[in-house]
Structures are given as structure tokens and as C-alpha cells.
Design a protein around this ligand. Structure first.
Ligand code: NI
Length: 251
């Protein structure tokens, strides 16, 4: 069994020079990758990538940073795109109070409308939450039937414990950074059965590549760090997190 990257953005223009090579590496070294949509355009490109590559899957959704493009019309388009059989989730959706490119009220409204889509289509969600964990949790608690992943988790252990009955905790390269004390505690205490691994490529490259362009097979460095924190074998991390990713996305 190989590793999975549960969250990447291979449609990003930072891969325009060597995408074929990256796709080749993904084909050879990985179980599968999930390419995440952030707006309508990238959602369409995600589907295109998934249709052309057997071990790439797609998600569709409008990121909180792009939520100003969300409208009734967008909602219908997202629903249409989500019917493609390689679309495995709605996302990434959520709240971003760090960038604050739209007022809170608008972000919350766009988030709720997309949770409605997920509920209607019975799909899991990929949640983006930055500096907004308490509002995120409050909203998710109103949608008890919804499951998914909290991508690039950065909250506390206490909050993680309240989420893991319905959500996987997405661990990215940030766990390898020097200041990762809080996240290391989360990884240590949360059962491996509730953890999935991601890169968020091209962002958040793990050590020793911090600051450089990230790529899906660097999940290896995240997996190694998780094995080290939990004091378990790499093989166990690979097997369990890959099974988790399959369950999360119904693959
Ligand atoms: Ni992302």
C-alpha cells in the first residue's frame, strides 16, 4: 500500500512547466491524490485532471477567500459539477478570518449554502478554517449529518476531540515545522484512525523543503513525522491513513 495526498492543487500555475513529471511521480509512487477546487475555474480544472488521470480525484467548491464569486448561479454550477463521478467531496469551503477578503456574514452565508449542497448530494466536505475555528465548529454543529475533513488542522487538541466523531483531522507539512508544538500534541493524542495526510501543494512544503514548492509525494515527510510522534512504524502510518482517506472520500 502507498500513501495518499488528500489535499493538493496541481492545477496551480506553479506546475505549468513540469506537470507531466509530477503526474508521473503521482502515478508511480502514490495510491491516489485528491485535487481540491477553490473557485469555479479550479473546480473545473480539478475535474479535468481527474478525468485524465486514473489515480487523481477532484472536489468542487468555493473557498472563503473567493466567496464573493458565490451566487445562486454558482451554487447551481457547483451542484452540476459535483455530479461527475470523480468528484468525491464539496470543498474547500469554510471561513478565513485571517485574509478576510469578504465580511464574516458573507463568508458564513456562502459556507452554509455549500454545506446545504453537500447535504443534498450526500457528499463529504473539505473544510478550510483559518483564525475562525469557533465559528466553524458552531456552524458544523448545526449540520450533524455532514462528515468530512478539517484540512490543514491548526486548532487545539480540545477542539479536535470534539470534531473527530464526524471529521478526519488533516495533517500537513506544518507538523514538521519548528513551531509545531500544538499540532504535535494533536497528532500524539488523536487516534491514527482519525488522521489523514495532505500536502496542500504547492503550499506548505514540509521540512527539509520549507519555503519551496510542495508536491504530492512529499506526504512521505508528513507520514514520517507522524510515525516519529506516535512512536510507531511507518508501515502502520501508511496503511491506516490510506484506509482513512478511502473512507473519507468513499473511494
Ligand atoms: Ni488548499
Amino acid at each position: 500500500m502507498k500513501l495518499v495526498d488528500t489535499h493538493c492543487h496541481l492545477d496551480n500555475n506553479r506546475y505549468s512547466e513540469d506537470l507531466e513529471e509530477i503526474l508521473d511521480t503521482v502515478q508511480k509512487k502514490m495510491e491516489f491524490c485528491v485535487n481540491i477546487g477553490c473557485d469555479l475555474e479550479s473546480s473545473k480544472r480539478s475535474i479535468e485532471l481527474a478525468e485524465n488521470n486514473s489515480n487523481i480525484y477532484a472536489t468542487v467548491g468555493i473557498h472563503p477567500i473567493d466567496i464573493l464569486e458565490f451566487s445562486e448561479e454558482t451554487k447551481i454550477k457547483i451542484e452540476e459539477l459535483a455530479s461527475n463521478k470523480k468528484v468525491v467531496a464539496i470543498g474547500e469551503i469554510g471561513l478565513d478570518y485571517y485574509h478576510m477578503s469578504a465580511p464574516k456574514e458573507l463568508q458564513i452565508l456562502g459556507f452554509e449554502k455549500q454545506l446545504e449542497i453537500a447535504k443534498k448530494l450526500n457528499k463529504p466536505v473539505v473544510i478550510h478554517s483559518r483564525d475562525a475555528i469557533s465559528d466553524t465548529v458552531e456552524i458544523l454543529n448545526r449540520y450533524k449529518e455532514i462528515k468530512g475533513v478539517i484540512h490543514c488542522y491548526s486548532g487545539s487538541l480540545e477542539t479536535a476531540k470534539t470534531l473527530i466523531d464526524r471529521f478526519y483531522i488533516g495533517i500537513s507539512g506544518t507538523v514538521t515545522f519548528k513551531n509545531a508544538k500544538k499540532l504535535i500534541e494533536v497528532v500524539k493524542e488523536i487516534p491514527l484512525e482519525r488522521i489523514v495526510i495532505e500536502t496542500d501543494s504547492p503550499y506548505l512544503a514540509p521540512e527539509p523543503f520549507r519555503g519551496k514548492r510542495n508536491q504530492p509525494d512529499y506526504v512521505e515527510y508528513v507520514a514520517k513525522k507522524i510515525a516519529e510522534i506516535k512512536g510507531i512504524e511507518m508501515e502502520q502510518v501508511i496503511r491506516v491513513t490510506t484506509e482513512n482517506a478511502k473512507k473519507l472520500y468513499n473511494i
